[in-house]
Design a protein around this ligand. Sequence first.
Ligand SMILES: NC(=O)c1ccc[n+]([C@@H]2O[C@H](COP(=O)([O-])OP(=O)(O)OC[C@H]3O[C@@H](n4cnc5c(N)ncnc54)[C@H](OP(=O)(O)O)[C@@H]3O)[C@@H](O)[C@H]2O)c1
Length: 248
Amino acid sequence: MICGPGEPYVLVTGCGSGLGHALVRALEGLSFPVAAFSRDDNSLTTLFPPPSPPASTWHFFADLGNFERMDSLLDTLLAAWGPPSLMVHNASVLHHRGPLWEEETRHVTETLRTNLEVPAFFVSRLVPAMIRAKRGGHVFISSTVGREPRANWGSYAISKAGVESLSANLALELPPPLFSFTLNPGPVATKMRRKAYPVTDPAVPRTPDSAAAVLTRFFVKLCTHDAGRALNGCKLNLNQLEEEEEDV
Ligand SMILES: NC(=O)c1ccc[n+]([C@@H]2O[C@H](COP(=O)([O-])OP(=O)(O)OC[C@H]3O[C@@H](n4cnc5c(N)ncnc54)[C@H](OP(=O)(O)O)[C@@H]3O)[C@@H](O)[C@H]2O)c1
C-alpha cells in the first residue's frame, strides 16, 4: 500500500533500534505505510523524498530534541500525507539506575526532554491537524515504573509518570473520534533493557520482533477500523493485548 493525503498511516519515533525498529519492520511486512523518525549516528538531519511504490516507509533522520528541525520535518510530512491515523510515541532514553540525586544533571535534562517534552511537542504539532481531519490518535509507550513509584529508576520513572499524566489529560481534552492511551510493553530484550539489567534480568524479556508483531496487528486494526476512541484514556499492557488475541 502506498500512502497519499488522508490515507491511514502510522508515525513511530525512535526507530533506530529496539522496539521502534522492529515495529517499522513489522508494519513494512504488512505493507502498511509508516513515517519512521530515527536519529542517525552522525547527527545529520536528513530528509529523504516520499517513498515511491512498492515502498511505503518514509524515513526522517533527526534528533527528536531539535524542535526547530522537527517543525520543518512535520510540515513536510503533514503537507504530503496529512496527520497520522496513529502516532506511536516510542523514543526514550534511560540513563541512570539509582537515586535521583545521584543522576548527572545533563542526563536528567536529556531524559525529561526526550521522554516527556518530545511527546508533548508532537501532540501540540499534530492535534490541530488531526482535529481538522477528524481522525487520529496517540499511543504513548509507557512503563511499569511510570504507573507506580519504584526506587532507583532516576528521572526515567518521573518522565514516564509524566507521560501517563500527559495521555490522561489529553484524553479528557480530545474531541471524538480522536484518542490517547498509554501502553506498557513489559520486558523487551533491547539496548535499554540491557542497560536496566546489565547483570541478571529478573524477567524473561520478549524479543523486539515478538512484541512488535502483537503491537502491529493491534495498531493496524485501530487504524483501519477507527477503533481508537473506545480506548481513550486507557492504560494498556502488551500481555493483555496478546491474551485478547488468543481469546478470539
Ligand atoms: N525494553 C523494555 O524492557 C521496556 C520496558 C518498558 C518500557 N519500554 C519502553 O519501550 C520504548 C522502546 O524502548 P526500547 O527498549 O526499544 O529502547 P531502545 O532500544 O533504547 O530504543 C530507544 C530508541 O529511541 C531512540 N531515541 C532516543 N533518543 C532519541 C532522540 N533524541 N532522537 C531520536 N531518537 C531517539 C533511540 O535512538 P538511538 O538508537 O539513536 O539511541 C532508539 O532507537 C521506550 O519508550 C521504553 O521506555 C521498554
